[in-house]
Design a protein around this ligand. Structure first.
Ligand code: ADP
Ligand code: MG
Length: 260
């Protein structure tokens, strides 16, 4: 019997199976008790391993996607943000936009759920086995500027061009100088009609000239971004402020405490 155990263990290790060794004895007992056929028994074990493999895959891809936090569409309260048409978000969650290399842009003031929705779509995309990478606009240009100095720019460009879905968060929180804007437009151009971008910004398109310090450049960027795209304009109150109000930490008549 121990010879058999050892051989099984050895085989599981060679296959890289981790779930079957955990559930084998349970399923073997059940099979004996309930007269389950050999084929059904085998099927049960293989299904368990496949499920575990899928979980591992999703965990690894989620780690690699560099998300700032993990929140799903189910955790989003649409009632709180009536300016968002839930059907449009549900439609985006089908991920047809990724299949068609289209972009999604979330616009709106701080705290209204732009990053949350971007992350939720990212998690959905990972589940559907698309490669995903999340970055802020600031980190993107900083990474590329540094790589340019270290002569690793070719490699680093691939981080932002290769994933099927790239999320660029927080455009417009900081202005970009000329070199930063140059790297930014390079990524937008290389992904144009090749890979989807989800972008978030607190600035309306009219104000993008200011972000890039050059209205011609801003127009060129917007041209490529918006050609095949969906814009979701979120108007409304910050969710964080609502939570603070509920907790009694926020008094609108000038008596508010510092907000995080
Ligand atoms: P921003 O628009 O500034 O990117 P976030 O998406 O990061 O804001 O939202 C700020 C916080 O509030 C996050 O923790 C997010 O999960 C939460 N949040 C925002 N809107 C909603 C909502 N409608 N339902 C549930 N949580 C929300
Ligand atoms: Mg955000």
């Amino acid at each position: 019997m121990t010879g058999l155990q050892d051989r099984l263990q050895e085989a599981f290790e060679q296959f890289g199976w981790t779930r079957v060794p955990e559930v084998l004895h349970h399923h073997a007992e059940e099979a004996a008790k309930h007269n389950i056929s050999y084929l059904e028994f085998l099927d049960k074990l293989l299904q368990e391993e496949l499920l575990a493999k899928r979980d591992r895959y999703i965990q690894t891809r989620t780690r690699m996607a560099n998300l700032p936090y993990h929140k799903t569409l189910e955790q989003f309260e649409f009632e709180f943000q009536p300016s968002i048409d839930e059907r449009r978000i549900r439609d985006l969650a089908t991920l047809r936009f990724i299949e068609h290399q289209e972009n999604v842009i979330f616009l709106g003031p701080p705290g209204v759920g732009k990053t949350h929705l971007a992350v939720a779509l990212a998690l959905e995309a990972i589940k559907q086995r698309y490669t995903v990478y999340f970055t802020t606009a600031h980190d993107l240009v900083q990474t590329l500027q540094q790589a340019d100095q270290n002569r690793t720019i070719r490699q680093k460009l691939r981080v932002f061009t290769k994933p099927r879905l790239l999320i660029i968060d927080e455009i417009g929180y900081r202005k970009m100088d000329e070199t930063a804007a140059h790297f930014f437009i390079q990524i937008i151009s290389e992904r144009y009609e090749k890979g989807s971008i989800i972008l978030t910004s607190n600035k309306s398109y009219g104000a993008w000239g200011e972000i890039f310090g050059d209205s011609v450049l801003a127009t060129a960027i917007l041209d490529r971004l918006l050609h095949h795209s969906t814009t979701i304009n979120i108007k409304g109150e910050s969710y964080r402020v609502k939570e603070k109000k509920k907790a009694g930490l926020f008094r609108p008549e000038g008596g508010e405490r510092k907000l995080g």
